[in-house]
Each structure stands twice: as structure tokens, then as C-alpha cells.
Ligand binder design. Structure first.
Ligand code: FAD
Ligand code: SIN
Length: 518
């Protein structure tokens, strides 16, 4: 069956939903989402969205902070473009119905502070900003007659002819069938790949599908070695890496060893508000030196009323696991959080393939460089989704080619799932142990060799058996992991989030790692 639409958007996080809203006044838009519409990293975002709103702050300062945290690898043009559009992005979200936390005194937006930022500039909705953004945008999209939402639909591959994109093959998870969707333009808004690691703050869907789809379509990927580990996820076997927002440190929380000794000043003069790469590596080192499984984050010296008011969701969640954060420190560990690299795009989200755009975490616009500054990601989603939508409005040309339907005549149903379950776990454990916060040449080589075996089993399976959604995610996860390893091996220095014990120094001149398919 072939479904036709003007624009196909793959992904329903902040980036995908923003693009859908912006395009819907001119086009028929289909948004596919592999789970429910709000099941995305966006929904889980806590801290907020960075934008210059305080009187004492300036665009120049936000730009300089972003460049500094990006450790020489940001594209200045992308940084300026994104940050100059920050205020407008916040107003746009408010127009869409997003309600941010306000100051009691003057009803201005309340701003919190996070690592790397020189001023308070993080707009937020208590400590559940993503939930507010996601629910509001989803509600707006669901009311829009020009936008069709297909939940439980997972993109398998893009349809490409002569370096042009004409749609995608999409797996309907309920009917277990692959559909063909023909579109005049396709936008990848599929989020990140942090699920490539055993421990992650991300939801299960962050299996890096967009990078894999784009790679197989012929797009270049940039800086895939820069995987950001969030320093503070709740350490509890049943917490599934629940995030403890950096905003806690912004409001005075202190990282301590298990014996209660603060340690961050030892590593950096900015102490607990150093950038994330520094904090995650410092925690990693403290845990290795002391042989412990976690460290503590302590905010209990602050008035309980203030803590409960500023962090209601975190307070509640921690209490469920037996930790009263107003009284005692929180056990925390770092976990994979954000993929800084991605599909090479220009400032309008255009990729190497005509009619194919990439926006949000899956793209590499050049904003983050070697390390993303806290709360710049949601901002990037909104700003670049709007830019891509605008570009499509200007350049859209409905050049529809006939598209071949999905062919599964040469494959049979798989009798068992053991290969999928085993390799899902093996790949993520391998990435955690060999391609983690601190890397070495030996570990990266071992990772490459081991991943080769997993890849060949996955390729063999794909040739012979009908696809399932678990298999499709594994296929993407393994490919992306392979590409992360390849990028990490290519970088013979330590910069930003990539730290290699065998190359501890940084080159004078920064350059991107570009991987080209074929
Ligand atoms: P996502 O929101 O991840 O959405 C991706 C969408 O694509 C999902 O709908 C998914 O189902 C769909 N999808 C993926 N693959 C396929 C496929 N093959 N077929 C169909 N659909 C597919 N950033 C900030 O700026 N501020 C914060 O405070 C903040 N806090 C965070 C807290 C947590 C716990 C996490 C995990 C992240 C946080 N981030 C934060 C990062 C930020 O939330 C994400 O980078 C951002 O939301 C990504 O948005 P996105 O639209 O690109 O992708
Ligand atoms: C957090 O709240 O600590 C997450 C912020 C981010 O990832 O930008």
C-alpha cells in the first residue's frame, strides 16, 4: 500500500512537532512516531531551555559560553543563528500554549542556572520542562486537520533515487506490516542515540534510527564520537537512570564523595557548575579511585520548602525510591545522555540528499561542537525546525517519482528472538565498557573488533528474515555504535567529551570528524 503526503516528518519530539505546526498552514503533513506521540526525550527534559532574557545577560555572553563549552569545535555561524533566535523561540512556545514558571514578584519568566552558563538564562516549567513542551505541542498538533499522526509507526529506510528523497518505508507495529509513504520532502526528527550505551537517561526509543537511516541513504555524519554523559542520574537498581537535573547544582547542590567530602573544586575552578564533560569525568575518576559505585549529590542544606517548590517531580520520584532529598544526599552516577554529533546539515536543516532534512538531536548543525551546553538542545530543536519549515515553504517542488513498494518476498518469519535480545545487550554493554567516558586505543580497537561480529550477525538476519520493530532498532543501534567507534578512533586527541588516555592533549587547531558512506 502506498500512502501519499506532501511532507513526511519522522519523529514527534520538540523538533518534529515544531516543524509540523510550522508547515501545516501550507501542506498536508504526516508525522510518524514509533511509539506514542509524547514518547520522546523531549518529554523527559527537566532543566529547561536556554535563552537570553535577564537584563544583565547578553546574546554575546550566551554565544561565548556555548563556544567555550563546545571546546573549539562549534560552528560560530550556527551558534549565532540559534542563540539570536532564542527569545523568539520562547515566545513561539508560549503562543503554542506552553506555560513556563514565573517569578512571584514581577511575573517575568523565572530563570535558573546550569553548568557552563555565565548567567541565569534557563527558562523552565518547574523541573519538568519537557513534559510541558511536549504535551502542549502534541495537543496543538492533534487539533490540526492538516497534520496526520501515525503512532506506533517506525521508519525502516528512506526511499532514495539519484540523491533525492521521495519518502520512506515504514513498519506499522500494530499490523506488523511495512507501508510505503511517498512524500515531497522528508524531515528526520528522530532524536539521539544514547540507548547505544547500557546506562542512559534516555527513553528506550533513542536507538539512533535517524543517523542509521541517513547513513544508508548516503548522508555524511559528523562528530559522532562526542557522546555526552550526564553527571547525575539516580543510582538505584529500579530507577532506570532517572535524571537529577543540573538545575539542582544551579541552585546550590554539591557533589560529594560517599564520605561526604565535596570534590569538584579539585578538578575545576567552576566547581559544581563546571561543564558536563568535566563533571562526568571527575565523578568517573572519584568512583575509580575510591572503588565505589556512585557519588552523592547533596541539596539538603537548602530549606526544604524551597527544594520542594523548585524540584517537585525530582523530590517525589526520589521519595518513591526511599530518598528524602530535603534530609539526605542523593546517590548519583553518570549515564549516556546526548549525542552531540549527527547528520551533517546546513542552517536550514538541509542534508546531503535533496528533499531530506534533519533537525533536533539527530542533526549536527555545529551548535554543540565537542560538548553541548545544558539546555541548548531544546532551543536548537525549535530554532532549526522553524528554519527547515521555512526553507521547505520557499523551495518546495512536488516532484513525485513513482516509488517502489516494500518487497519482502525473499524473507521468512524468524523462529526465535535470541539473536536480537543477546546482541541488544552485548552491543550496549560493549559500548559502556569500551567506548565510555574515558577511552583508550586498546579499548577502542577491541570495541571495533567485537562490534564487527555483532554487525555481521545482524546483516545476515536482515537478509533472511522478516523485520520486527525490535530487530529494526537493533539494526540501527549496532550501525550507529559502529560509527561512534569509527569516529572515536579517528580522533587522535582529547577534546570536549572525547577523552582518550593515549592522546591526552588537544590539537591546536580543531577539526570535525566526518564519516562518508560508500
Ligand atoms: P526526541 O524528543 O528524542 O524525539 C524523537 C522522536 O523520534 C520520538 O518521537 C521517537 O519515537 C521518534 N523516532 C525515533 N526513531 C524513529 C523511527 N525510526 N521511526 C519513527 N519515529 C522515530 N535538553 C534541553 O535543552 N534541556 C533540558 O532540560 C533537557 N533535559 C533532558 C533530560 C532528559 C532526561 C533527557 C533524556 C534529555 C534532556 N535534554 C534536555 C535533551 C533534549 O531533551 C533532547 O535533546 C531533545 O528533546 C531532542 O528532541 P528531538 O525532537 O530531536 O528528539
Ligand atoms: C538537566 O536538567 O540537567 C538536563 C539539561 C540538559 O540536558 O540540557
Amino acid at each position: 500500500m502506498i500512502i501519499k503526503t506532501d511532507i513526511l516528518i519522522i519523529g514527534s519530539g520538540a523538533a518534529g512537532l515544531t516543524a509540523a505546526i510550522e508547515l501545516s498552514d501550507r501542506f498536508k503533513v504526516a508525522v510518524i512516531s514509533k511509539n506514542q506521540i509524547i514518547d520522546s526525550s523531549t518529554w523527559y527534559a527537566q532543566g529547561g531551555i536556554a535563552a537570553v532574557l535577564a537584563k544583565e545577560d547578553s546574546t554575546k555572553s550566551h554565544i561565548e559560553d556555548t563556544l567555550k563549552v563546545g571546546d573549539g569545535l562549534c560552528n560560530r555561524e550556527a551558534v549565532e543563528f540559534c542563540i539570536e533566535n532564542g527569545r523568539e523561540a520562547i515566545s513561539w512556545l508560549e503562543d503554542c500554549g506552553v506555560v513556563f514558571t514565573k517569578n512571584k514578584k514581577n511575573s517575568d519568566l523565572h530563570l535558573t542556572q546550569e553548568g557552563g552558563h555565565s548567567f541565569r538564562r534557563v527558562v523552565h516549567a518547574d523541573d519538568a520542562t519537557g513534559r510541558e513542551v511536549s504535551d502542549s505541542l502534541a495537543a496543538k498538533v492533534l487539533r490540526n486537520k492538516n497534520i496526520k499522526i501515525l503512532e506506533n509507526h517506525l521508519a525502516v529506510d528512506l526511499i532514495i533515487k539519484n540523491k533525492k528523497c521521495f519518502g520512506a518505508y515504514v513498519f506499522n507495529k500494530n499490523k506488523e506490516k511495512v507501508l510505503t509513504i511517498s512524500a515531497g520532502a522528508v524531515i528526520l526528527a528522530t532524536g539521539g542515540a544514547s540507548k547505544a550505551y547500557l546506562y542512559t537517561s534516555n527513553p528506550d526509543g533513542a536507538s539512533g534510527d535517524g543517523y542509521a537511516l541517513a547513513w544508508r541513504a548516503g548522508c555524511r555524519l559528523e562528530n559522532m564520537e562526542f557522546n555526552q554523559f550526564h553527571p547525575t542520574c539516580l543510582f538505584h537498581p529500579e530507577a532506570k537512570s532517572f535524571l537529577i537535573s543540573e538545575a539542582l547544582r544551579g541552585e546550590g547542590a554539591i557533589l560529594k564523595t560517599l564520605s561526604g567530602v565535596p570534590f569538584m573544586k579539585k578538578y575545576n575552578s567552576k566547581g559544581d557548575l563546571s561543564s558536563r564533560d568535566i563533571v562526568a569525568r571527575s565523578i568517573d575518576n572519584e568512583m575509580k579511585v575510591s572503588g565505589t559505585d556512585n557519588v552523592f549529590l547533596d541539596i539538603s542544606h537548602k530549606p526544604p520548602k524551597e527544594i520542594k517548590k523548585s524540584f517537585p517531580s525530582i523530590f517525589k520520584k526520589c521519595l518513591e525510591f526511599g530518598f528524602d532529598i530535603t534530609k539526605s544526599p542523593i546517590p548519583v552516577v553518570p549515564a549516556a545522555h546526548y549525542t552531540c554529533g549527527g547528520i551533517v546539515t546546513d542552517l536550514d536543516g538541509r542534508t546531503d540528499i535533496s528533499n531530506l532534512y534533519a533537525i533536533g538531536e539527530t542533526s549536527c548543525t555545529g551548535l554543540h561542537g565537542a560538548n553541548r551546553m545544558a539546555s541548548n538542545s531544546l532551543l536548537e530543536c525549535i530554532v532549526f525546525a522553524k528554519a527547515a519549515a521555512n526553507d521547505i515553504k520557499i523551495n518546495f517542488n512536488l516532484d513525485r517519482s513513482s516509488v517502489p513498494e516494500w518487497d519482502n518476498s525473499k524473507v521468512i518469519k524468524a523462529g526465535e528472538n535470541i539473536l536480537i535480545n543477546h546482541n541488544w545487550d552485548a552491543s550496549r554493554r560493549l559500548m559502556w565498557n569500551y567506548v565510555g567516558i574515558v577511552r583508550s586505543n586498546d579499548r577502542l580497537k577491541k570495541a571495533k573488533d567485537k562490534m564487527k561480529l555483532i554487525t555481521s550477525e545482524v546483516k545476515e538476519f536482515y537478509k533472511n528474515y522478516e523485520v520486527t520493530s525490535d530487530f529494526l532498532e537493533l539494526r540501527n543501534l549496532v550501525l550507529v555504535s559502529e560509527l561512534i567507534i569509527k569516529s572515536a578512533i579517528k580522533r587522535r586527541e582529547s577534546r570536549g567529551l572525547h577523552y582518550n588516555l593515549d592522546y591526552p592533549k588537544k590539537f591546536k587547531k580543531a577539526s570535525s570528524t566526518i564519516l562518508s558512506p560508500g
